[in-house]
Design a protein. Structure first.
Length: 241
């Protein structure tokens, strides 16, 4: 676990050293703040203390925000040859993958923590369903884990960061939108299955404060599958670490 934490700190520091973290944090806070407070929703006029709009837009903002972080996770290591250097040390493939996963997840956690002033400010406007807020934040963290798993897998496929970014978006859009749309145009067991594969299906209940173990298992399963596939790709490339 010590080696995983070393890789985690290295990954997190690399984002701040390259200014990527600052840029993406500003963009995330800017977009989520703009749509929460201004665009199409004057929160001071509706007379309701709710973060529903914030969670809705963050659901989509993270969809673009996270692939921008994960695209370099393994692609850059492969193109620069850094991963070969890591492979000469007593570090396993799983330690590399988990370290990068946790590092990116912590950066997303920092971004969400920076939005807590939204929570405090809006809570002063009236009675707020604090359970729904906690559920919403927890749901965003779980969704982020799923996106990170997908993104790391995409980054393990190509040495080109742009290709990794686009591939991550392509895979994620199925869970974000396409499965949901397909389920509404079908009936029977297939419709139920496609609906279950939709991230929105699982997140919507969490944003209402309903924490269901099945939702947690789903998000963790998507993240875990992405990491397993990334491990498979590293092994396929004969990177013996």
């Amino acid at each position: 676990m010590k080696l995983v934490w070393i890789i985690t700190k290295r990954e997190l520091q690399s984002y701040f050293d390259s200014l990527i973290a600052y840029i993406l944090l500003v963009l995330f806070l800017g977009f989520s703040g703009f749509f929460t407070w201004l665009f199409g929703n004057d929160i001071f006029m509706i007379g309701q203390a709710s973060l529903d709009v914030f969670f809705t837009w963050s659901f989509w903002t993270l969809f673009f925000f996270i692939p921008g972080l994960t695209m370099r996770s393994l692609a850059e290591e492969s193109s620069s040859g850094t991963i070969e250097i890591l492979s000469t040390k007593a570090v396993t493939q799983w330690q590399i993958i988990l370290g990068k996963f946790i590092g990116i997840w912590l950066l997303v956690l920092i971004a969400l923590l920076l939005t807590l002033p939204y929570y405090y400010t809006i809570s002063q406007l009236g009675d707020m369903d604090h359970g729904a807020v906690l559920g919403g934040y927890f749901g965003l963290l779980l969704i982020s884990g799923a996106y990170i798993g997908i993104g790391i897998f995409a980054s393990s496929i190509s040495k080109n960061q742009i290709v990794a970014f686009l591939l991550s978006l392509l895979i994620a859009i199925f869970f974000q939108l396409i499965f949901d749309l397909l389920s509404k145009n079908m009936t029977g067991p297939l419709s139920v299955l496609l609906n279950y594969m939709s991230l929105n299906y699982h997140f919507s209940s969490m944003s209402r404060g309903v924490i269901d173990l099945r939702d947690i298992v789903f998000f963790l399963s998507v993240a875990g599958t992405g990491l397993l596939l990334a491990k498979f790709m590293l092994s396929k490339k004969n990177l013996t670490v």
